[in-house]
Design a protein around this ligand. Structure first.
Ligand code: IVH
Length: 673
């Protein structure tokens, strides 16, 4: 018996080792050796084994990256030694002045420097004990940070545990602290931000802010969905450097399984440092993430200690900052754009200017508050920056004798520039909105959203085509797409037989896409890809979703009052219900995979309340539904049973008041048997 359980343990552990190895190849080295599918199979195998033997689950198992319930807030934790920032230099002369100071203070000139990329993310401390990740802490104010362990555990390039053999080979201790930069690759940033916009949420200005917003999610499963990356650059024990050379530190971290940035160099002179700086200034656009400069560090740690620090920055390191890719140009006008949710965004129309290889003609001014903060007027000369941001932005007004100020102030229009409806600014909100549900600008954005990749995926139905279709009065809402004929398309500019055929084919194909895509495509405020998926799984059909009360909607995973209200509001509008009917008539998928349901609890209605000991609420709901029962969010005369866990609140009182049967989860299990 004992030996068989040991071999099971061994089997599970070797499976974990295998998965860790492939995670390392994929997330750290960017060099997978097996397909995603094979990887998923290994993971599934491990999950199944762990589900059968929950006693054998360990915290650093690859299955345990996400776990636990959303927290109430973050705990503050002091750092082992202050997390410093860096002094900046902006030209060669300033860099040379820094070098001179290093020479003077150390009394020597033969100094090696390590050059690293200055990654534009946020710094993070990771504490490992006994080779296992135990805590992740944000920089905070440098002395005290916030504990974000559950979030950082979801970052795949951060090892949850270090292989003891590898650790020893790397010469690393078993208890240590790693500091480095957490960041979001530019492509992931752009994709996620576009999704946010589609969902009617305010987009993040740049990947750095998005990273900070992501790691501070109270619900770590949200962090897990957004791909973050971590590059370490400091190793400490008891708040001090561990190795005698920084270069050695980076190599050891790499050997231990961390994703050390490969773009680094050990320079034996300031000439070599300068060459590295110049080299990367030209190559920065080729990286998958943003950098804003180069960090130069004295290699020998004894010398670092000798040099010490001033205020909040070390004397042994310096940042060389690249100029933000900026340009100066004239702001010729301000146009107001109306988004899918009706939000009015002022956009600067600029005299074309070349910034970092791209011609920039528009820049965002965000909102009226921002225009007031900048004090910008039409006709001003402005500085425009292009960072990792989605659209360039106006950063300041230039006023000197060669560049006179403009005179015309901008006013937010009182009516929508597209449909003429009165514009509304809700008290306490920054944004102005057009509230006309039929505003053509909103419709246009809604149609583009519906047809876009990842939703109904109608290839070819981009801005140009949608504008034409609307101008010709052929499409007024998403259902009209499905009435288009070849004749309609041939009447448009640049449409020949073949291209018309292609679009019709794409439209036809979209009808087969699953229910969750249709739900997502409707553009209901706050309903993104993931929520749409949960809704489709829960309700199984558009009809059931349409009829759901706000209480029932809140039974769905991750749906709170705000989202529930938005969904219910959408379906309460007659025009929207008609639209859905037309989509159904056109042959779109309006129901999902019907899970095979039992009949044991057919026709019975349950309400779940309090914390259950053996299952999550979702699991209990699924069990009831699989047996043909129904779970609702509030207790009424129609409720047959209330399943009460610990700390059951008002629903329990209501059940007692109405004389409804209240049972615990054991009794529920009996009902299901
Ligand atoms: S070393 C005492 N190395 O830049 C050493 N920092 O402007 C301090 N950063 O707070 C950090 N890339 O968030 C170091 N290769 C790198 C870096 C880097 C980015 C960030 C870090 C720091 C900030 C200071």
């Amino acid at each position: 018996m004992a030996s068989s359980s040991q071999s099971l343990e061994q089997e599970i552990e070797s499976l974990r080792q295998k998965i860790r190895h492939h995670e390392y190849l994929y997330y750290v080295l960017d060099h997978p050796e097996i397909s995603d599918r094979e990887f998923d199979q290994l993971m599934r195998q491990l999950k199944d084994l762990e589900a059968e033997h929950p006693a054998l689950i360990i915290p650093d198992s690859p299955t345990q990256r996400v776990g636990g319930k959303p927290r109430e807030g973050f705990v503050k934790i002091p750092h082992s030694s202050p997390m410093l920032s860096l002094d900046n230099t902006y030209n060669e002369e300033e860099l040379r002045a820094w070098e001179r100071r290093v020479h003077e203070l150390s009394g020597r000139k033969d100094i090696d420097y390590v050059c690293e990329l200055k990654l534009d993310g946020m710094s993070l401390a990771l504490i490992y004990e006994d080779g296992k990740l135990v805590r992740g802490i944000t920089r905070g104010d440098g002395s005290v940070g916030e504990e974000v362990t559950l979030n950082v555990r979801t970052v795949r390039s951060i090892p949850l545990s270090i292989d003891p053999g590898q650790r020893k080979a790397a010469g690393m201790p078993s208890a240590f602290e790693v500091r480095g930069e957490l960041l979001m690759p530019t492509a992931a940033f752009q994709k996620l931000n576009a999704e946010r916009e589609r969902e009617g949420l305010t987009p993040f200005a740049n990947p750095r802010n998005f990273t900070a917003g992501t790691v501070r999610q109270l619900d770590a499963s949200v962090t897990a969905q957004r791909r973050l990356d971590f590059f370490p650059y400091i190793l400490l024990t008891k708040g001090r450097s561990y190795f005698d050379h920084h270069w050695k530190t980076l190599d050891a971290l790499k050997q231990a399984g961390f994703k050390v940035n490969p773009n680094r160099e050990l320079a034996h002179s300031m000439e070599e440092v300068w060459a590295f700086i110049r080299e990367w200034e030209g190559k920065r656009d080729s990286l998958e993430y943003e950098i804003d400069g180069i960090v130069v560090k004295v290699d020998r740690t004894a010398l670092q200690a000798e040099l010490g620090f001033t205020g909040k920055a070390p004397r042994w390191a310096i940042a060389y900052k690249y100029a933000a890719r900026a340009g100066i140009t004239k702001l010729e006008d301000i146009r107001v754009q109306v988004g899918r949710t009706g939000k009015l965004t002022p956009v600067a129309l600029l005299a074309p200017v070349l910034i970092g290889g791209t011609t920039v003609r528009n820049a965002t001014l965000h909102n009226l508050d921002e225009i007031e903060r900048l004090g910008v007027k039409i006709g001003d000369w402005v500085q425009v920056e292009r960072g990792g941001d989605v659209i360039p932005k106006v950063v300041k007004v230039i006023a000197d004798k060669d560049r006179p100020r403009g005179h015309k102030s901008f006013h937010m229009p009182e009516t929508c520039p597209v449909c003429g409806t009165q514009v509304v600014r809700t008290a306490g909100e920054v944004d102005y909105r057009c509230v006309n549900a039929n505003c053509p600008a909103k419709l246009r954005e809604t149609i583009l959203h519906f047809a876009s990749r990842g939703i109904m995926n109608i290839d070819g139905m981009g801005e140009a085509l949608v504008t034409q279709l609307m101008d010709h009065g052929l499409v007024k809402d998403v259902a009209d797409i499905y009435q288009l004929t070849k004749k309609d398309l041939l009447g448009l500019e640049r449409f020949a037989d073949k291209s018309a055929q292609n679009i019709l084919h794409e439209i036809e194909r979209s009808k087969k896409l699953p229910l969750e895509r249709v739900i997502y495509g409707l553009g209901i405020r706050f309903v993104g890809e993931r929520t749409a998926q949960f809704l489709a799984e829960y309700f199984g059909s558009m009809k059931e979703l349409e009829q759901a009360s706000t209480e029932l909607l809140q039974e769905v995973n991750e749906v709170g009052p705000r989202i529930a209200h938005s969904i219910a509001e959408f379906f309460s509008i007659g025009a929207n219900r008609k639209l859905l009917q037309r989509l159904q008539d056109a042959g779109l998928t309006m129901s999902g995979r019907k899970t095979k349901r039992g009949t044991k609890l057919a026709g019975k209605t349950f309400v779940l309340t309090g914390t259950l000991a053996h299952f999550t609420r979702d699991e209990a709901r699924k069990m009831i539904e699989d047996a043909g029962g129904k779970v609702t969010g509030s207790v009424s005369k129609k409720t047959d049973w209330v399943i009460a866990g610990d700390d059951a609140g008002s629903k329990l009182d209501k059940a007692k008041e109405l004389g409804i049967r209240v049972i615990d989860e054991n009794a529920l299990e009996k009902l299901l048997r």
